[in-house]
Design a protein around this ligand. Sequence first.
Ligand code: AMP
Ligand code: GLY
Length: 421
Amino acid sequence: MPDRVLLVGSGAREHAVAWKLRQSPLVGEIFIAPGNGGTSAFGTNLAIQAKDIEGLVKAARDLRIDFYLATTDDPQPLGLVDRLTEAGVLCYGPTAAAARLESSKSWAKAFMVRHGIPTAPFETFTDYRAACGYVESMPDGPLVVKADGLAAGKGAMVCNDRAEALNALDIAMVRRDFGSAGDTVVIEERLTGWEASAHAFCDGKTALMFPYATDYKRTGDGDTGLNTGGMGSYSPSAAIDTALSTAVERQVVAPVMAGMAAEGHAFNGTLFPGLMVTPGGLRVIEFNARMGDPETQSLMVRLESDLFAICRAAAQGKLADVTVRWSDRSAVSVVLASGGYPATYKVGYVIRGLDTVDPDVQVFQAGTKQAARGLITSGGRVLTVTATGRTVAEARARAYDNATRITFADMQYRKDIAAAI
Ligand code: AMP
Ligand code: GLY
């Protein structure tokens, strides 16, 4: 009997994963909580939010869900995998204890120190005055102030000088813009170099690396403007060579797997280390315990193997038996967002032109909703247009050619995704 699968989230990442799962003969019905205007083409959207653990567990029981595939960050630290496992659902995703790699930056930093994983030097504070005293004792220069907990991608504040760092402490610990996520802060050295996103399927013992992807976090061309959830991505990443990927496996992924198992919370699910390649070598900026958005969109179109079969083998601790095949083609994803995102923006605009997109180009939906008027915008990041090509340049040209056929009022997007690769 094909498995009934649960996804949680409402992004273009979840749409891309649902699209890929639909290709598997092993998958029966797909349920997406809460999903979006696009995911309903591949399964049933459930009106349950990602943090509503009771609601998700009840739905899993009522709907006789067989398998949960974790893609988004919110539910795991709240114990969704622990609870679903108790309820007899096979899960590909970390327990709450293992998800601390992402949900507590101070825990992750201390873990890296315990296991010799390279990362920026740091200090952790729970007291605002002590944190200010530390910043004042440092030379007046660049620092990064991070809220400890999940803060919708906004908790890391990259500061140019002491005044900015003190302001960042005020935002996290006095104004409490990130709520309790800012009760503890990590203050760390600001690294220079270039960034790459590594992903690995993990079964607690074995990790199988995905190809690399690069994302574009800022709103504006040339990496200007505010940090966002991600405005585009491409894969494979241009600057990753064999030496570097070997270093990531040996210095980062293998010690994470061994360290987590040794500490009694083996890591199952997708491990996504955010890396900085510095003149002094590789450094981990952060760990994510789930798939990246919009990296996943560029990766799913390159995955030739059955995603469900891989994740099920990982959930069963049998990843060592699996071979994962990836296409040699390149992929580029361009995010079409509402004007004003990531600050304030309007929603409810009709989206036109989706029917003019080439059949082999994917439009993964995020902030969209089906309405009587047709498909309308309902969020900041609205669509991801993902195209493949023999080269990154070819994929990029096709992604932009197709993106410009789509319109909605106030649409904004970056023009430089995968440019100059
Ligand atoms: P995070 O939420 O930890 O991934 O940080 C978000 C972004 O802030 C990263 O993708 C980097 O661009 C930047 N960042 C975080 N930590 C550092 C650091 N130690 N040095 C320089 N940039 C950083
Ligand atoms: N694209 C970065 C993330 O998903 O966190």
